[in-house]
Design a protein. Structure first.
Length: 487
């Protein structure tokens, strides 16, 4: 084979080896979007968030990096290939003679690790546990994302219910204002009753505007938790534990800058002076739910078994132990085998060599301090686990108590709504026939409105508390993803 052909062959081999680095780069698919007029359930919103979350993508990338780190550690057992080629031109001249010669050379080598007394094994295991830790960190981010969507979804439901209550309350006050004005015009009621009716109507309108703002902010928070912007009009459905008479709740921010004049006098009600019109404005039709399936003790046990952050800490501890083992083995020798080939065209020489090498080098003092550091890292990792286990117990205990207490409050508040409604109906009837006074009527009306507000807020708090407890014990979710799912 000619020299130039040999050089071309080596160049081709080098190009082939370098081509292994040309691996495709991960490319995330387009984010999930919301179609105009869509009707989304809470599961739909969770799926959108899981697909769009940059935090989940970050955890995914970290996991892939840890996967490659493990492969890199395993690659230490793969032979190392070296190739090279060169050209040298030598020129010598003096007063009598002038000489020149050129030399081509090419060489190839192969080295293989045979054994390094467990150092590489320790490094492989360390990277393996780092990969496991990254896996559980991914799962933890998924749980946080699901909980965030649930909290904001319930917040939209509660905010919409509050708007409905306040809108009904404005209607009640408008009707009462018209009736009181009619009574005043006929000389039946005093001026102070009319002024009070005007003030109460104005206050209820202010409260309605504030609740609409809170509802729009709740929509923004829900969209943010799903990582979607510039959303069109869509609707969300009530949940099993948050049931509305209106099953689909409109979600709309297009009219966020719309201004309405609420200061105008309401349209007269023709029969305002003749009848008592107390309408039952129950926002939530029924409160149905499946009781939480686990006792407190079972919740604590599940948390210790399922919590991905605790599993990640345990994997980190094992990685620290393997790192310490690697440090302790640093001074052990390394046995490797080598083989090489060299060609020089000057004398058309070929050479081939093989060998077995035993080598070791260590700084004893530095090694001692590195081992001490490794032991401290293991102790720190174990301390973090102990601290987290204690925190888990108290977090679960607090969340369980909150959920149970709220669960008990809901039926009591439902009764209170009915009682205040009946009291309001009676007070309104008494006022309509001139028996009751305005203060009694206003107190009954406020109590009825506040009872409904408290009922809605408690149902919201219960749903959030239950979702929080599910997160704290890492309860299996119907809608979720894992790190190996296609992205």
């Amino acid at each position: 084979m000619k020299t130039i052909d040999k050089l071309k062959l080596f160049a081709l081999v080098l190009t082939f080896l370098l081509s292994f680095n040309m691996s495709p780069v991960y490319s995330a698919e387009k984010y999930a979007v919301i179609q105009k007029g869509s009707k989304l359930t809470i599961d739909d919103c969770i799926q959108i968030a899981l697909k769009n979350s940059p935090l989940i993508n970050k955890a995914y990338f970290n996991y892939k990096v840890s996967q490659n780190d493990e492969k890199i550690a395993k690659a230490s057992y793969f032979p190392t290939i070296g190739i090279g080629t060169g050209y040298t031109l030598n020129s010598n001249s003096n007063s009598r003679t002038s000489t020149s010669n050129d030399t081509y050379n090419a060489q190839a080598s192969l080295s293989q690790l045979i054994w390094n007394f467990g150092k590489t094994n320790a490094q492989i295991k360390m990277q393996k546990f780092n990969k496991i830790s990254a896996l559980y960190s991914f799962d933890d981010i998924v749980l946080d994302t699901i909980f965030g969507v649930k909290t904001n979804y319930y917040n939209v439901l509660a905010a919409k219910a509050t708007v409905d209550i306040n809108r009904a309350y404005v209607q009640i006050n408008e009707r009462n204002y018209q009736r009181t004005k009619a009574y005043f015009d006929e000389g039946i009621k005093s001026k102070i009753d009319l002024v009070n009716a005007e003030v109460n109507l104005s206050d209820s309108k202010v409260t309605l505007v504030e609740s609409i703002k809170a509802y729009q902010n709740a929509i923004v928070q829900l969209n943010n938790s799903m990582y979607v912007a510039y959303t069109p009009n869509y609707e969300i459905s009530s949940t099993e534990t948050f049931n509305f008479k209106q099953k689909e709740i409109p979600v709309n921010l297009e009219k966020i800058s719309e201004k309405r004049d609420l200061s105008k006098t309401p349209t007269p009600v023709s029969d305002a002076t003749l009848t008592s019109k107390v309408e039952k404005m129950d926002v939530i039709e029924t409160f149905k739910f499946k009781p939480f399936p686990y006792t407190f003790e079972e919740c604590v046990e599940q948390a210790k078994q399922n919590r991905p952050d605790l599993k990640a800490y345990n994997a980190t501890l094992e990685a620290m132990k393997q790192a310490l083992l690697y440090i302790k083995r640093e001074y052990y020798p390394e046995i490797s085998a080598t083989a090489g080939y060299n060609y020089r065209n000057q004398y058309n020489t070929n050479s081939f060599n093989v060998g077995v090498n035993l080598s070791s080098s260590v700084n004893i003092l530095s090694q001692k301090y590195e081992i001490d550091n490794g032991k401290l890292q293991v102790a720190l990792a174990q301390n973090e686990i102990d601290l987290l286990e204690q925190n888990i117990y108290f977090e679960v205990q607090n969340a369980y108590i909150n959920m149970v207490q709220l669960e008990k409050q809901i039926p009591l508040l439902a009764v209170k709504v009915k009682q205040t409604y009946e009291n309001f109906e009676l007070a309104d009837g008494r006022y309509a026939v001139g028996i009751g006074d305005y203060i009694q009527l206003q107190d009954a009306r406020v109590n009825y409105n506040n009872a409904q507000q408290s009922y809605v807020q408690t149902v919201y708090n219960y749903n959030v508390a239950r979702a929080n407890l599910e997160k704290l014990i890492a309860m299996k979710q119907e809608i979720t993803i894992n790190v190996e799912d296609e992205r």
